[in-house]
Design a protein around this ligand. Structure first.
Ligand code: ADP
Ligand code: ZN
Ligand code: ZN
Length: 831
């Protein structure tokens, strides 16, 4: 991407080169921008960052101008067709950011732009067909049959889209005939831009043109014979401007009456854009702000100092659950706004509840724009434009909001920075927290990473001085953290007790009696085939990779999905020699049923992937919980975060250790985070909270440290393992996923690619390859999956290794035999 790099710099430095050639990135997996000649008429209006239509093969596609130049190395340049924006949609800052993502995550720039720009800005074209002059001149020479029918159709109805022709002739696929007719020069194929699916929403506005005296006179004249017009006039006397729909609500005959009034020149009728309302109007307005405690004050002061100096090293705000982090964010945002800057707040998708948005709206009202996946295309389109125009100055959103079009950005907050939902699991596989850090660096903004359980990498950076570390060690108003009891499941044998132990049962009963609420978390992922000893709780591990071995029922083997080692499943526990070694897994429904049987009168709700498919279902369940209409909420990981309800006093976790069996070197860290987060939901009100963790591995360090709310203890323990096993933050990782509809091809292609990578290892001391191995989820959507892990001591070494090798493999495509390679830099899942 050399050209683009150069012209990017030119754009940023404000140098205006002669503009004959536009370098355009299209939303397709192409490695470099394409050059197009700009027709002279379009040259004066051509700007970097504009959307354009360009010819590509036989089609016309949407592209973005990323550079302007005076020369090109390509000989026969095609011409740019149309410029779609007057003001560029993409600012130089967004181009710079997306370009960085493309380089760092090794993916095409066009695909990054596709992820960054809302659907509503997309433009599509379709081919239309017309009779050529030759065909019109000589209808005698028309072919017979289907082709002839096409020509007759075009002669009768004029220019048509392909699918319209197909409908008229009642035929499935006309493409082959149209191609032949085009070759015979009987039809002409052209591209036509389709009307955009998303457009500004217009409303009809009625405005009174008369003085009040004139209006009153007219109203009295109209009253006897035209009561509707008189009624509308009366409303306009109350308030001179109305939306037509509002008038119609008050007076059903309003539309016709308004037309009459307009012909009398009594009113003006205009079409005005009305943005779709996304941000709820606040039900509570912040009347008085809480007085910050000392830790909050210190943190705020440090952030404000950075805001004033525009120093962009990241800030870690490590604060226990309920310590008032959000309050600190809001004060810092207020400061940024006072300085005339804008702010961006990233939260995990699941935490983007009404509750959080309401708190921000109560403080900042309509300055907020919200961006998340639950919005319709139209809503997203409008929120984006409100930010771009400066009408809204604070963007709150999930992962992709990191691309929010904010100018003069002063502050970026990444709440729950450790959350894995910040990583996009399809191309471009970017991590929004890391992109936020880069964005802050590029525009000299302050970035605050907040969490009660920072990612190990983040805390490591804070301790080494790379980030500024701030902490809120106590809950607000000195509320205590909940007490946590660990229940040893190995002692509980009856099937029902294996689901809900006696101590947890008693605690739930007491909680219900006090009319308080409880959460029951089932710690599981869909993926759950592992062996566990029912006597000592141990799950067999790979000796080389420090991840759990996966149990394959079919051939009764244990397999490592990092290094591909495989062994027959043992018949007794490796740790205690007990024969009680069983495959494990517990479902949400099973737990729900047991709870229903135990507490038949309790109001029970379940929150998992099945019950939250519908739009906003997650919010609805939490709202019901907040209203006090649920006594027991059972659910998966998604009940653990993003809410703050004072009446929740009990949290129970069944199968606390289950996710430790996931073959992922971060499984212990994830478990510690999850337990700490879910415990953090308990006892936020006046009543002390209790947490019960049921587990087969009570002595596991993740559980022990979580029990004592000891994040730093956990960190020190875990960081040593990372160092010993050479995992991040001591190394950088990339994962390659190879998949194909054909199992043999997937395996052969991976083995071939693995050998190439092995041969080209830059320095064996600084880099290693793990695998290839079959991926733990061996098949997704009928594609067989293999993967391998690349480890290197520096990001630069890793990139060099990968870039060189991938360039080589692209030249030897046939070795890959149509298998698909995906590159995942800094991967967070290994399934
Ligand atoms: P966190 O984001 O760290 O979990 P929140 O910011 O949500 O914590 O704070 C928890 C609750 O405490 C909120 O209801 C918030 O309004 C309240 N709160 C925050 N700071 C203070 C304070 N200094 N004094 C009293 N209440 C506070
Ligand atoms: Zn055992
Ligand atoms: Zn292994």
């Amino acid at each position: 991407m050399q050209h683009s790099g150069l012209s990017m710099r030119a754009a940023l430095e404000g140098i205006a080169p002669p503009r004959e050639i536009a370098q355009v990135v299209v939303e397709l997996p192409l490695e470099t921008p394409l050059d197009y000649r700009i027709p002279p008429a379009l040259r004066p209006g051509c700007r970097i960052g504009q959307r354009v239509l360009v010819p590509l093969g036989k089609r016309q596609v949407l592209g973005y101008i990323v550079g302007l130049a005076s020369t090109s190395t390509v000989a026969d340049l095609k011409e740019l067709v149309e410029i779609l924006d007057e003001t560029p949609l993409l600012t130089p800052a967004l181009l710079q950011l997306t370009h960085w993502i493309a380089e760092y995550y090794l993916c095409p720039w066009g695909q990054v732009l596709k992820a960054a720009v809302p659907e509503g800005f997309r433009v599509q074209t379709e081919a239309v067909y017309t009779l050529t002059a030759k065909a019109q001149d000589d209808s005698e020479a028309w072919p017979q049959g289907r082709a002839g029918e096409v020509l007759q159709c075009l002669a009768r109805y004029g220019t048509q889209l392909q699918h319209e022709l197909e409908r008229l002739l009642e035929v499935q696929d006309l493409a082959p005939w149209l191609r032949r007719l085009e070759q015979q020069d009987l039809v002409l194929r052209q591209q036509q831009r389709l009307a955009p699916k998303t457009q500004p929403r217009l409303v009809t506005v009625v405005r009174l043109r008369l003085s009040s005296a004139e209006a009153e006179t007219l109203r009295q004249q109209l009253q006897p014979r035209s009561p509707n017009q008189a009624a509308v006039l009366a409303l306009l006397q109350e308030q001179p401007v109305w939306e037509l729909t509002a008038l119609r609500q008050r007076c059903p005959g309003a539309p016709a009456a308004v037309k009459r009034l307009a012909t009398r020149a009594a009113v003006d009728v205009t079409q005005v854009e009305k943005m779709r309302a996304v941000v709820p109007s606040a039900s509570i307005f912040a009347s008085s702000l809480p007085t910050l405690n000392q830790a909050q004050q210190h943190a705020l002061w440090q952030i404000e100092t950075r805001l004033a100096s525009a120093e962009s090293a990241p800030v870690l705000l490590y604060g226990v659950t309920g310590s008032g982090k959000t309050e600190v964010y809001m004060r810092a945002i207020a400061t940024a706004l006072r300085q005339g800057k804008t702010a961006l707040v990233l939260v995990p998708e699941i935490a983007l509840t009404d509750q959080l948005v309401e708190r921000f709206v109560a403080r900042f009202a309509s300055q907020i724009a919200v961006l998340h996946s639950g919005l319709s295309a139209g809503e997203r389109f409008d929120e984006w434009r409100r930010l771009a125009s400066g009408e809204a100055r604070i963007a709150i959103g999930a992962r992709s909001a990191v691309f929010a079009p904010l100018d003069n950005l002063g502050l970026i907050v990444v709440d729950e920075e450790h959350d894995t939902s910040y990583k996009q699991e399809e191309t471009p596989r970017y991590h929004a927290r890391d992109v936020a850090i880069v964005r802050a660096q590029q525009c000299r903004a302050v970035v605050v990473l907040g969490s009660a359980t920072p990612a190990l990498e983040t805390f490591h950076n804070a301790r080494s001085g790379k980030y500024l570390a701030l902490s809120l060690p106590q809950r607000v108003e000195d509320k205590p953290l909940p007490s946590i009891t660990v229940i040893d499941q190995r002692a509980h044998a009856t099937p029902n007790e294996r689901v809900i132990s006696t101590p947890l049962y008693q605690a739930i009963a007491a909680c219900l009696q006090r009319q308080e609420q409880c959460l029951i978390l089932i710690n599981r992922r869909g993926f759950a085939s592992y062996l566990q000893c029912r006597d000592c709780g141990v799950v067999p591990q790979c000796a080389h990779c420090s991840v759990s071995l996966t149990y394959h029922r079919r051939d009764r083997t244990l397999k490592c999905h990092y290094c591909d080692a495989s062994q027959p499943a043992p018949s007794v526990c490796v740790a205690c020699s007990s024969p009680a070694l069983y495959p494990f897994g517990l479902g949400t429904q099973q737990v729900e049923e047991v709870l229903r049987a135990l507490f038949p009168t309790a109001r029970l709700a379940r929150m998992d992937r099945d019950t939250t498919r519908a739009k906003a279902a997650h919010q609805r369940i939490l709202r019901t919980l907040g209203n006090g209409d649920i006594d027991i909420l059972v659910g998966t990981q998604m009940i653990a975060k993003g809410h703050d309800y004072p009446n929740i006093t009990l949290v129970g976790v069944v199968s606390a250790d289950a996710t430790l069996a996931i073959p992922d070197f971060r499984a212990p860290e994830r478990l510690f985070q999850l337990l700490t987060q879910v415990a953090g939901r308990a006892g936020r009100g006046q009543v002390h909270g209790h947490v019960f963790l049921q587990t087969y591995r009570p002595e596991h360090y993740s559980i022990a440290f979580a029990q004592h709310h000891d994040f730093t203890g956990f960190f020190h323990d875990e960081i040593q393992r990372r160092q010993a096993m050479l995992y991040p933050p001591y190394t950088r990782l990339a994962r390659l996923i190879i998949d194909s509809p054909d199992a043999v091809r997937a395996e052969e292609a991976s083995r071939w690619l693995g050998a190439v990578l092995q041969r080209s290892i830059p320095h064996p001391q600084h880099a290693t390859l793990l695998g290839p191995a079959e991926a733990p989820i061996a098949k997704i959507k009928d594609r067989h999956r293999w993967h391998m892990l690349l480890k290197a001591t520096s990001s630069r070494a890793l990139h060099q290794w990968l870039k060189d090798t991938l360039a080589e493999t692209y030249q030897e495509r046939d070795q890959l035999r149509a298998a698909r390679i995906s590159v995942d830099i800094d991967p967070v899942t290994f399934l």
